[in-house]
Design a protein around this ligand. Structure first.
Ligand code: B12
Ligand code: SF4
Length: 341
């Protein structure tokens, strides 16, 4: 029987949601292959262990409201479910498309063997909330900050709860790493949400719409917190950190001036950074020396057919420029069309 056809189990009992603190467990599931220990070890080639920030932000909101919160990332360590099945009053699952089948498996397990009320959120439940509802008691669509407390404490009872984009990102609390129970060698910072380019195949520019930027002061304060917490590595997980080059330069300048550099910092960049020598120098000096550049195809014909402004020459130039500035390039190849070719 396939996961989508699984028999429905009795859903989680609605826990009494009075004033008592609840035991809330966040899980970010991962696929079977990625749970295989040698795969985790091999994953170090790709980068340092880190955590998706949604559960750390939402978990922090719930913790500050007096609840007991634990966050686990299956990608980074084996999770012992036996004690969690016993204690969890609320299970919050954060799923991408590739990890949704495992998320559904865990939702069914907690319904069968535990007593938790199961809430799902993240990229995949946002795209297919009805599918997620076959396994969860409630699904939050989109950004969760403004609704999570009401849902967990039982004031919002709809099966599908519409989240709301946060207008002023400076109001979003910083991720709370004290609740993360699995390893994270690198801290993740998102200085923006979404991306101004809205390529048709891209989920994040839809999920996190409109494109929003945090103030540079707010970003620097978060980075300072990670320095104080002793993180050696940092990742800018913005979908497109160099979309606004002047802002990226400003962040780098502040990191350099305020001694907020790390051993290595990762970011997602654009091929056109090759034309901006000042940006490349600042990226290097701020130790942003590991980059992933999204490219649509390595085939010029394919690029022409989707009317992309990007060319193989751009990609080569970006690779060369990064090499010259000692910025390690990891290429990612995706294929799709642009809304505004
Ligand atoms: C950091 C990151 C990673 C990290 C960490 C992820 C992890 N440990 O699982 C690493 C590098 C390891 C990674 C790996 C992968 N990733 Co990734 N990743 C990201 C990235 C860049 C940032 C995530 C983030 O912090 N977002 C910002 C926070 C605020 O958003 P959020 O976590 O989604 O949370 C918000 C909402 O979703 C919601 N929410 C989230 N969880 C929950 C839970 C509940 C209960 C509720 C109510 C609400 C809720 O509320 C939150 C606050 O608003 C996103 C792109 C993006 N912009 O989100 C891609 C992204 C999520 N990844 C993606 C992919 C494809 C992958 C991989 C499959 C890539 C691959 N082929 O190997 C792997 C899978 C990893 C796995 N777990 O198995 C895709 C997913 C697309 C999809 N359709 O699902 C994204 C969207 C990138 C993209 N542009 O397409 N990733
Ligand atoms: S440039 Fe990258 S992040 Fe931006 S919309 Fe296109 S694929 Fe998404």
């Amino acid at each position: 029987m396939k996961w989508g056809q699984k028999k429905r189990f009795a859903k989680g009992k609605r826990h009494r949601r009075g004033r008592r603190p609840l035991n809330i467990v966040f899980i970010t599931p991962t696929t079977g292959l990625r749970r295989f220990p040698p795969y985790r070890w091999g994953g170090r080639v790709y980068g340092q262990s880190n955590s998706i920030t949604g559960p750390l932000i939402l978990g922090g909101i719930l913790k500050r409201a007096g609840h007991h919160v634990e966050v686990y990332e299956e990608l980074n360590a084996g999770v012992n479910y036996r004690p969690l099945l016993k204690k969890a009053d609320v299970l919050c699952l954060s799923c991408m498309t590739s990890t949704a089948p495992r998320g559904y498996e865990l939702a069914d397990l907690f319904h069968r063997k535990g007593h938790a009320h199961v809430i799902m959120g993240g990229m995949h439940p946002t795209i297919l909330p009805e599918e997620a509802l076959r396994h969860a008691d409630q699904v939050i669509v989109g950004e969760g900050e403004k609704v999570i407390l009401d849902v967990v404490e039982g004031r919002r009872t709809e099966a599908i709860v519409e989240g709301e984009p946060v207008c002023n990102l400076d109001e979003v609390p910083f991720p709370d790493y004290s609740i993360l129970k699995t390893p994270a060698q690198a801290a993740n910072v998102l200085s923006t949400r979404g991306c101004p380019f809205r390529c048709t195949f891209c989920t994040t520019s839809r999920m996190f719409a409109p494109y929003r930027q945090r103030s540079v002061d707010n970003v620097i304060a978060e980075i300072r917190m990670y320095k104080d917490l002793g993180f050696q590595y940092l990742n800018f997980e913005d979908d497109n950190f160099t979309a606004d080059k002047e802002r990226a330069k400003e962040i780098c300048r502040r990191m350099i001036a305020e001694d907020l550099t790390f051993k290595e910092t990762f970011f997602f960049g654009r091929t056109d950074l090759a034309q901006d020598e000042e940006l490349l120098n600042l990226l290097h000096d701020a130790h942003l020396t590991r980059v992933l550049i999204g490219i649509e195809s390595l085939n010029q014909k394919a690029l022409n057919s989707i009317h992309k402004a990007q060319s193989i020459a751009n990609i080569r130039a970006a690779a060369k420029a990064c090499e010259k500035h000692k910025i390690r390039l990891i290429a990612s190849i995706v294929l799709g069309l642009d809304d505004n070719p």
